[in-house]
Write a protein that binds this ligand. Structure first.
Ligand SMILES: *Cc1c(COP(=O)(O)O)cnc(C)c1O
Length: 802
């Protein structure tokens, strides 16, 4: 121990001196952060050298356009068991580890759930000693920073690289070229037809590797992020041709722009050319580098599927399928049939949505122009597939037209992904059923064995062990720490439901966490929260289907009831919101504005002080989520049934002892099945009912508006200058969405049921012992939602590891 400490100290002092040239006394926290990270990186490197020698097993490559990895300093210290050492050493040298930790910035390389899932999966791979690597893009700017003024969202670039990034290694020696545009030439050589892309624009892809370590394991995997850079030769040629130096710079910028921005929308397919190029850039660079490693082993190509798995996280990386075909056929000389067998056997695909506007398609013309050889291959895949379907369903034109990969001038990426994979999974039981029975019904009929469910999960280490140290301590004291390796062991907490002292401590931990969040809110907003109130929380992307509108309409109604002293057993509430709206999503921005407008009235009204407070925390991110989630009492999961594929925010909150107030949608259903009806507050239309109302025209939002006085009041407030709004115009589009356009998301339909459950929550919360029991049950059953379980299930059923 003492030796370890001395070594750590020496490494730290050396690093500090190297990076700053300063003596300890003069160094800032930021400089100490850099030195500390350098030391940790060294420890990881040592581990890596040992790890790489062991790797001979099957490797999974998880391709994703997003990896929302969050801060890594805390994770590394904990996983390497260096936290105490670091704390002591830093203290001796006059630093505080807590102050140093806040110097780390959070790379926002994802929009929300999909990117966070990819990050939790990397954590589980390494912690389960599996070889699973991430392949993504190194965006120069992550998801925009959100800033709100007068209820309006402003977007600022996320300059996450401005201070440098401590955990990445640039590997220029492994850079390679990705080709766009030009023409495809064919020629015959040795009696075989060959294809070659000429006059293409060449973009250099440079990898940056981030080592990913596991919790107390020796595995070190890699997250490889690709950055676009100009190819120097090309720049020179261009420069010579165009003689003017400024053109050369413009051209260089143009090529680099490819990996500049993450597209800030997680639920509409906005089809921009740069996005198309980004998708191809990711898979082409990723697959080329993996295959060149494979070739060094001098194995037969037919061995590839038993050694490598390529998983695509949603359809964004689905060009991997034709790209792998292209390389195997054009560059390695395999026949179409051989290449197709290898491709389909090694690729698998996760579907993340059935929202129609989010199902990706690309205009055929764009693909033809920017990816000419890929286009030819897609046409061929489509033709062969349609022929095969023709044999299966002779004469059924209609079906085949619907199954086709290319139709109406569009390439349907989900179809490409299904046809080119051996496994397709949905992300929660309901979602998989919807895929099989509805959205991808025809594909399910054609390939029933290909479809399966893999319910999403979250890293219990990040979202419980690291985010909530006081709860972790309490759990460890009660049941030991086996659950850190085997999260289902959390079930051992069940008998403690009859232990009043334990329940009291659980309540105290929650209260302490609420106080920590309240301190943060006071610092950020100058507002003092009532920590005895229920912390009722909805934090996630702002979207119509997630129904922040239902929440805020309820608050509008609640305000009136409280003002008029009509609330019977009411428990004071602090409503907490956070979330970003896509910059072009007008309706979502209106919702933020509405929340802000209502908050300004409520928070300044002395009559409801201590009973009702509303907080909107700006710039929701991984880091902010880690602050909020341990403090949640009520987890708002309000999506219109069928719309939320899984959700993972629901799991994070459950694991931290929150009770779910949610629709029977996504993984909420599975939470319900685990904890039982007593320990959750379900409400609203079922998926079946939603589908029914969508198909019939039996739902008339106006009828509800006219018959329910509470709803009429709340909706009218949107356009009436009375309690909340300053003019009739500002929120009229929300008003019309509900009444004129018949409430697409069934907000009014579910209102009554939602209010009932909110009232039940208010009265249940007053029996604290019972409430604490419910909270405990949620924690005890949450182990099932660890991504360790999810990954173990992918590993056995899809990737066939071990
Ligand atoms: C977990 C998480 C999400 C996903 O939340 P949902 O409630 O499942 O939509 C989005 N953003 C961040 C930062 C997260 O940590």
């Amino acid at each position: 121990m003492i030796q370890e400490k001395e070594r750590f100290k020496q490494l730290f002092l050396t690093a500090l001196n190297h990076t700053t040239g300063k003596q300890v006394e003069q160094a800032t926290d930021q400089e100490a952060y850099v030195a500390l990270s350098t030391v940790i990186a060294k420890y990881i490197q040592e581990k890596h050298q040992n790890s790489e020698k062991q790797v001979s097993s099957k490797q999974v490559y998880y391709f994703s356009m997003e990896f929302l990895i969050g801060g890594l300093l805390q994770t590394h210290l904990s996983y390497l068991a260096l936290e105490e050492t670091a704390e002591n050493v830093l203290e001796e040298l006059g630093f505080s580890l807590d102050n140093i930790k806040v110097c780390e910035n959070d790379p926002g390389l994802g929009n929300g759930g999909l990117g966070r899932l990819a990050a939790c999966f990397l954590d589980s791979f390494a912690s389960l000693n599996l070889s699973g690597h991430g392949v993504g893009l190194r965006y120069r700017y992550g998801l925009f920073n959100q800033w709100i003024e007068d209820g309006r969202q402003f977007e600022l670039p996320d300059q996450w690289l401005s201070e440098g990034y401590m955990w990445e290694y640039r590997k220029p020696s492994e850079a390679l070229d990705v080709l766009f545009g030009g023409q495809v030439q064919s020629f015959v050589q040795n009696g075989k037809l060959h294809f070659q892309q000429v006059n293409a624009e060449i973009v250099r892809a440079v990898p940056y590797d981030i080592p990913i370590i596991g919790y107390q394991t020796n595995t070190v995997n890699t997250l490889r992020l690709w950055a676009a850079e100009p190819t120097s030769d090309q720049v020179l040629i261009k420069a010579k041709n165009e003689s003017d130096g400024s053109d050369m710079l413009t051209y260089q910028r143009k090529l680099e722009e490819l990996s500049d921005f993450l597209y800030p929308d997680d639920s509409t397919d906005d089809g921009k050319i740069v996005r198309l190029k980004q998708e191809y850039f990711l898979v082409s660079a990723g697959i080329q580098s993996i295959l060149s490693n494979f070739e060094e082993k001098q194995l037969a190509w037919s061995d590839l599927p038993s050694l490598l798995c390529f998983h695509i996280n949603d359809t964004h990386p689905a060009f991997l399928i034709p790209e792998l075909m292209r390389i195997l056929i054009d560059e390695k000389g395999l026949s179409w049939e051989e290449a197709w067998e290898i491709t389909t056997q090694s690729v698998s695909y996760t579907n993340h949505t059935t929202l129609h506007e989010a199902l990706e398609t690309w205009p055929e013309n764009w693909v033809k122009v920017f990816l000419p050889r890929i286009y030819m291959i897609l046409v061929e895949i489509n033709e062969r597939f349609c022929q095969q379907m023709w044999q299966k369903y002779p004469g059924d034109f209609d079906r085949i037209a619907q199954l086709a990969l290319i139709a109406d001038g569009k390439i349907k990426m989900a179809h490409v992904a299904i046809v080119g994979s051996h496994a397709v999974n949905g992300v929660a039981k309901l979602h998989t059923e919807i895929l099989k029975k509805k959205e991808m019904r025809l594909f399910y009929q054609a390939y029933p064995d290909r479809f399966m469910n893999k319910t999403n999960g979250i890293s219990h280490r990040r979202w419980l062990m690291l985010a909530n140290p006081s709860l972790t301590k309490l759990i460890k004291a009660a049941i030991g720490d086996e659950w850190l390796q085997s999260p289902k062991q959390l079930i051992k907490l069940l008998p403690l439901q009859t232990d009043p002292i334990f329940l009291e401590k659980l309540q105290q931990v929650k209260h302490d966490n609420k106080q920590l969040l309240a301190n943060h809110v006071q610092k950020e907003l100058g507002m003092i929260l009532n920590t005895d109130a229920i912390f009722d929380v909805q934090v996630k992307r702002i979207h119509g289907y997630k129904r922040q509108l239902l929440n805020i309409l309820h608050i509008i109604y609640l305000y009136r009831e409280i003002k008029n002293n009509r609330m019977k057993s009411f428990s004071p509430r602090v409503f907490i919101f956070a979330g970003k709206a896509a910059p072009g999503y007008y309706f979502a921005k209106q919702i933020i504005h509405l929340i802000d407008t209502v908050a300004n009235v409520v928070n300044q009204d002395y009559d409801v002080k201590d009973k009702l407070q509303i907080v909107f925390l700006e710039n929701f991110s991984n880091q902010l989520a880690e602050k909020i989630i341990p403090a949640v009492d009520v987890s708002e999961q309000l999506s219109t049934a069928t719309k939320e594929a899984s959700g993972t925010g629901n799991m994070k909150m459950m694991m931290n002892g929150a009770l779910t107030l949610g629709t029977m949608d996504g993984a909420n259903i599975e939470i319900f099945d685990k904890v039982g009806a007593e320990n959750i507050y379900p409400f609203g239309l079922s998926a079946k009912q939603v589908l029914h109302y969508q198909q019939s025209n039996e739902y008339v939002a106006r009828d509800i508006y006219h018959t329910d006085d509470r709803i009429r009041y709340a909706v009218d407030q949107l356009v009436t200058v009375e309690d909340f709004v300053k003019d009739e115009q500002t929120f009229q589009d929300i008003y019309h969405a509900l009444l004129t356009y018949n409430d697409e998301y069934f907000v009014l339909k579910d209102f009554d049921d939602y209010v009932k459950q909110q009232e039940k929550i208010s009265s249940d919360y007053q029996e604290r012992n019972v409430w604490n029991q419910k909270s405990l049950m949620n924690i005890a059953y949450s182990g099932q939602f660890s991504s360790d379980d999810t990954i173990a299930s992918y590993a056995s059923d899809i990737w066939e590891l071990r």
